[in-house]
Write a protein that binds this ligand. Sequence first.
Ligand SMILES: [Zn+2]
Length: 255
Amino acid sequence: MIDAHLHLDQYSDIEEEIKKWQEAGIAAVVAVSTDLRSSYRTLELKQKFPDFIYAAIGFHPEQPLPSSLEWEEWLRLLQIERPHLSAIGEVGLPYYSAEAVLRFSDYRDFFEQIVRTAAAASLPLAIHAVYDKASTALHILQKNKIKKAHFHWLKAEPAIIERIVACGYFISITPEVCYRTRDQKLLSRVPIKQLLLETDGPWPFDGPFADVPTSPLLLHHSLKAVASFYHQDIKATANTITANTKRLYGSLHHC
Ligand SMILES: [Zn+2]
């Protein structure tokens, strides 16, 4: 299994953790970044664990926008490190941060700029855009003829989900699929060929995972829920989802 969206730079004892995850059958993680510093950190980790990490660099939309100096430095980093990168992310549009939402048009312009940058670099996008913001993000992706994108931890109206699916983009679900109706409904609207699994770790979960630190190990629980939803055996479901992740993020052998 591959965790399709994880904040690896926010874990401690990373070497120990990765060893544990690998022993439990986790083949790789897509490590996303939240700002310039986090992008550097993700690249450092990529250098250390090249066969385990799909590296993504970006600016999380629920935080202050980067300064123009940070943006320029990040662009240089992208250029230099392009061979080691699998995606641009985590990027998108704010929904939860009231401060960011107040300046929504600036965030929208910045997102469009980063979408164009990803297109120019031929990299897929790992996107955070929920509810009505998912619709705005979708519009920007379409306008810029983006082929490869991943809406992570999507929450949206059925009509928006349908449009994302029709555009051929990928959607990931979290361990919430094991205990939350909203996420089970989302699963029912995503064709298995466009489905990815993620934990967004170390973000904590509720329900049966309330006392469990979030790690890619939770993917096994999500996988069981997905396999039983599709009436498929676990191995076949795991193979399909792993193949989806590789179709989007590529193979680790070349980066
Ligand atoms: Zn995230």
